[in-house]
Write a protein that binds this ligand. Structure first.
Ligand SMILES: [Zn+2]
Length: 244
């Protein structure tokens, strides 16, 4: 039996989501989604699929049609979990997650497991919850909550930090921070679903550094080459790959 997780990077295409200091929520959500997806490579018996990627996002219709398509996509795929990734805005700070009103106990447990891991990770960066971090949508307003209500599987929506908060905006631009956040999200899900880490996690880890800045610690060759290509394209001066 394999678990299928449908990762939904919020917004996309003409819908930028919230913006802060020139950073677009849609871009952060996509980057975080890709990182979360990668983290599941470390676990047995799990596959991921995405409601959008960098190729579809330029033509992706905005809500509400976009939301209906995302819901239909996840339902048709028969995913076991729908994970929607967003950033908050509006002058607050911190992390919170939403599930639909009346969601089953399983969904509540998944929300709690993700929150526990994420909040413990964020604590190390001086970031706390935004009020009660485990919110139940009251259907009061936000249309994106349709993805919680109308998906057939467990669905959780994460609002990771405030894009219009200067300190949090800075973190959301930091690839290493997002990578750690992605690891915490994946770990929460892995804990709740009892996923086992792959034995080949024992593969050697390498650290990629660009101009003296740590970019990523990874055992995956694809990830290493991706970062090297990125650095070359950005005409960085020094790229080092060190075995840990
Ligand atoms: Zn959003």
């Amino acid at each position: 039996m394999s678990l299928l997780i449908c990762i939904d990077p919020g917004h996309g295409g003409p819908d930028t989501g919230a913006t802060g200091f020139g950073l677009r929520e849609a871009d952060v959500a996509l980057q975080l989604a890709e990182l979360v997806g990668e983290k599941f490579n470390d676990y047995e018996g799990v596959a991921v699929t995405f409601t959008r990627n960098k190729n579809t996002s330029s033509s992706y219709p905005g809500p509400p049609e976009g939301l209906r398509k995302r819901i239909a996509y996840a339902n048709n795929k028969n995913a076991d979990l729908f994970l929607s990734l967003h950033c908050n805005a509006g002058g607050g700070s911190g992390f919170e997650s939403f599930i639909a009103k009346g969601a089953p106990a399983r969904t509540q447990r998944i929300q709690k497991a993700i929150n526990d891991q994420v909040l413990s990770y964020l604590k190390g960066h001086g970031i706390g919850p935004h009020g009660n971090p485990a919110k139940v949508d009251s259907q009061a307003a936000r249309s994106r909550i349709a993805v919680l209500r109308d998906t057939k599987m467990s669905a959780v929506l994460l609002e990771s930090l405030f894009i219009d908060n200067a300190k949090e905006n800075k973190l959301l631009r930091d690839h290493r921070f997002l990578d750690g956040l992605a690891g915490a999200i994946a770990k929460g899900i892995a804990v709740e679903f009892g996923l086992k880490e792959k034995i080949d996690k024992l593969k050697p880890m390498y650290r990629v550094m660009v101009d003296g800045k740590e970019i990523v610690d990874t055992a995956y060759i694809n990830k290493i080459s991706e970062e090297v290509v990125k650095a070359i394209q950005a005409q960085k001066r020094e790229i080092t790959i060190k075995k840990l």
